[in-house]
Design a binder for this molecule. Structure first.
Ligand SMILES: [Zn+2]
Length: 341
């Protein structure tokens, strides 16, 4: 299995309006009920503050966007033995439920892309080098009827390296959005699922934009607590989106597409940061709830491009052209499309 729909960020330099409706999903691949179906599992060296932060943030994401169905969120710490122990717990569960053989499951822990040890290693490296880094990913699971997530240690929740807990909250919203995208896709085969997620800039750009804007709204309303645990002040939505636009301007000089469809290479960041601006642009034009209300409910029937055209009234190729002219505008004008909370 490959590494799907993940977020990897260097946390150190950090790089809506009406209430959102509950997701109405056309499939019950994930056993969706209108309740919080998330289970969080943490390694034994992960603190209670981290476990609470992860659990509460996910619960608020469910409350905000609706349930995406059964979801397992596995959080690694920095200790190797604790990671092996957590992997054993994961495998016991898989074997008991008939999802995997013990042999396959044990082998999976060493997978360099999404094995438990790869996530443990990211946290351990961050602590060893003092260079903040974290990764979390939606790593499939639809074949077993749930969303499978793994995460390295959320450094902000853990109070390490002066990282802000707010960044971890955004990461969790980002990750949970991927499960919402997945929940609207009934196909069982991997290829169709991937196709209906759309190009990387759309899948990742929506996750970034939805997470950034929703977190901002929920901090403003007080529903999402601020951690205020970093010496550096947490930047507001405008500043965070400004940093993203600066990266877009820098990268577009050397990247073939401003909205790339790839997880590979030096231009992959554009899929996230430029993608986020593209989605913000679409939300400004078509409404803050356009993805949940209009786009995703159509994707199973119309396919990704068909749903795009029906929702946004233009082909994705025409949209990309239009978006390029937006990126040429002065920053002050670009910032005007962002919602204010
Ligand atoms: Zn992602």
């Amino acid at each position: 299995m490959s590494f799907y729909f993940a977020i990897l960020m260097m946390v150190g330099f950090v790089q809506e309006n009406e209430p959102a409706p509950q997701a109405v999903v056309p499939t019950n691949l994930f056993g969706i009920k209108q309740e919080n179906q998330i289970e969080v599992f943490v390694a034994s060296d992960v603190s209670e503050a981290v476990e609470t932060g992860v659990t509460e943030t996910l619960a608020l994401a469910v409350k905000t966007w609706g349930s995406s169905g059964r979801l397992e969120y596995w959080v690694l710490g920095t200790d190797r033995d604790a990671a092996l122990e957590l992997n054993a717990q994961f495998c016991q569960r898989r074997v008991a439920r008939g999802d995997m053989t013990e042999r396959d499951c044990l082998r999976d822990r060493n997978n360099k892309d999404h094995g438990f040890l790869s996530y443990q290693e990211i946290g351990a490296q961050a602590l060893a080098t003092g260079r903040a880094s974290m990764s979390a990913g939606h790593n499939g699971g639809s074949e077993w009827g749930f969303h499978r997530y793994s995460s390295s240690l959320p450094l902000g929740f853990a109070g390490l390296l002066d990282i802000a807990g707010e960044g971890d909250q955004i990461t969790i919203f980002h990750e949970y959005w991927h499960s919402i995208q997945q929940a609207f896709i009934p196909a069982e085969d991997h290829q169709t699922r991937q196709k209906q997620m759309g190009p990387v800039w759309f899948a990742e750009g929506s996750a970034v934009a939805m997470a950034e804007m929703t977190a901002e709204k929920l901090w403003a309303s007080g529903e999402l607590p601020n951690w205020k645990n970093s010496g550096r002040e947490w930047p507001d939505l405008k500043s965070r989106m400004t940093s993203k636009m600066q990266l877009v301007q820098e990268k577009r000089k050397s990247c073939p597409s401003i909205l790339p469809d790839t997880y590979e290479g030096d231009c992959r960041e554009l899929a996230y940061e430029s993608g986020a601006w593209a989605i913000a642009y679409l939300m400004n034009k078509h409404g803050a709830n356009v993805l949940l209300e209009s786009f995703h409910p159509n994707v199973a029937e119309l396919g990704w491009e068909g749903a795009f055209q029906q929702t946004f009234g233009q082909s994705s190729a025409d949209f990309i052209e239009e978006f390029e002219t937006f990126v040429d505008l002065p920053l002050a004008q670009q910032l005007e499309i962002l919602p204010k909370f």
